[in-house]
Design a protein around this ligand. Structure first.
Ligand code: CA
Length: 229
């Protein structure tokens, strides 16, 4: 089973910035794929799903803003986190970017620290399962960095697939997901698995959670959710 490293797509034509940003992000644990114009970015998005897009405003073929509106017009990418990069510091440009659906905006020149901080904040907001903060629900605690799980402070062991499933569910508590959604979100868009794979991992996850097994609820004819109730 592919467990791809979380990836950021960087759309930027200035090679010095590509290098700086790639170096910074790799240091923060991301994989980085860089493309240099909007059409390559669009092609890329037809095949791969990054966790986040860093999108330059001025690109050789079209503006980043045009690509952004194309991304937002596509149902598949409606929730894809996008940060615009630009040398422009004009207030109206910021507004235009945010109007088109950018989640955040960084003005060049920016420091690596600022970039990392913005990315972290956005991921936390939009895709909490990729956050590095410990997540808790009732007696359950999940540390995404060390991959440790505990119930009432006692460590519990589980396989990697069960961990990823739990990390996703605890990041979105009290929300029901279908098996198909869980396959997409936990195993990735490009993995072909049968829906009953999810049932197998839920079963193993409940077993691993012991006394807290009741927190993983089956919602009949819909799917699964994590709930404290
Ligand atoms: Ca540029």
């Amino acid at each position: 089973m592919a467990t791809a490293q979380p990836t950021i797509l960087l759309v930027e034509d200035e090679l010095a910035i590509v290098e700086l940003v790639s170096f910074t992000l790799k240091g923060a644990g991301w994989a980085v794929d860089a493309v240099h114009d909007t059409s390559s970015a669009w092609d890329y998005l037809q095949h791969k799903r990054p966790q986040l897009v860093l999108l330059d405003w001025m690109l050789p073929d079209q503006t980043g803003l045009r690509l952004l509106s194309r991304i937002r017009a596509d149902r598949n990418f409606a929730t894809l986190p996008v940060i615009m990069l630009t040398a422009k510091s004009m207030e109206e440009d910021k507004v235009a970017g945010l109007d088109q659906g950018a989640d955040d905006y960084i003005t060049k020149p920016f420091s690596p620290r600022e970039l990392n901080a913005r990315i972290k904040a956005l991921i936390r907001r939009k895709a909490p399962e990729h956050s590095e903060l410990e997540m808790r629900a009732g007696p359950l605690a999940v540390d995404p960095v060390s991959c440790r799980v505990s119930v009432d402070g006692q460590p519990v062991e589980m396989g990697h697939a069960e961990f990823k499933l739990l990390r996703f569910l605890i990041a979105h508590p009290e929300r029901v997901f279908t098996r198909g959604q869980l396959l997409d979100k936990v195993w990735g868009d490009h993995v072909v698995l049968e829906e009953r794979t999810v049932d197998v991992h839920v079963l193993r996850l409940r077993k691993a959670l012991g006394a807290a097994d009741g927190m993983i609820k089956t919602v009949r004819s819909v799917g699964y959710m994590l709930s404290e109730k």
